[in-house]
Write a protein that binds this ligand. Structure first.
Ligand code: AMP
Length: 209
């Protein structure tokens, strides 16, 4: 299965892609996670993209294209791409790269801007295992400072500040949303508003149709 997950920042692409990856045994590739890892490790690439990622901008196409193509080159098991492509140029390059191994489907998670802003204001990421939480949904009596999974420290992402989120949403509307036209015919529409379980069920249902 070769899937692309499309949707605004905070639409649940990462969480949905991870769940589907687990259920179907298809590898999950998040370009944002790879870039953040390069930044954390202080590699040459990480140093080059640090300011762009932290500022909520888009990393140049040739960098992300290479990152993705190197990883999915001979992916027999297929892939789930999360956060890529993010503009029409990347989508065209991906289609050219895949050739006859065309995408199985493009899952579009629809979430209104106000909901995105609300979710990202409370988003916490574990420094240890990368799990994502929301400060507003923490079980009563537990501290929103430690990861419920591994006990790691929970932090806000630098690009989740209100002004960076507005910038990322603007970029989404201008650069990424045209992909809905580009992929028309291959799109699977899923309502991204609801609990993680509801959205995951929505994705699985739409993929089985
Ligand atoms: P994400 O985790 O998907 O929200 O991505 C975090 C950041 O990584 C984005 O705001 C961009 O700076 C960068 N990034 C991730 N994927 C791409 C992409 N396909 N093209 C350009 N920049 C990207």
């Amino acid at each position: 299965m070769r899937l692309v997950f499309l949707g605004p920042p905070g639409s649940g692409k990462g969480t949905g892609a991870a769940l589907v990856s687990k259920r179907l045994g298809v590898p999950h590739l998040s370009t944002g996670d790879v870039l953040r890892e390069e930044i954390r490790a202080g590699t040459e690439l990480g140093l080059r993209v640090k300011g762009i990622v932290g500022g909520g901008g888009l990393v140049p196409d040739e960098i992300v294209n290479r990152m993705v193509f190197d990883r999915i080159g001979d992916a027999e098991a297929g892939f789930i791409l999360d956060g890529y492509p993010r503009n029409v140029t990347q989508a065209r390059d991906l289609d050219l790269f895949l050739g006859e191994r065309a995408l199985t489907a493009v899952v579009h998670l629809e979430v209104p801007d106000e909901e995105v802003e609300r979710r990202l204001a409370g988003r916490l990421v574990c420094e240890g295992c990368g799990r994502i939480f929301n400060a507003g949904h923490f079980p009563p009596g537990t501290s929103p400072e430690a990861c419920l999974e591994c006990g790691g420290r929970l932090c806000h992402r630098e690009d989740d500040s209100p002004e960076k989120v507005r910038r990322r949403l603007q970029l989404y509307h201008h650069e990424t949303k045209p992909l809905l036209d580009y992929y028309s015919g291959r799109l699977v529409e899923v309502d991204g508003v609801g609990s993680i379980e509801q959205v995951a069920e929505g994705i699985m249902r739409s993929l089985s149709q």
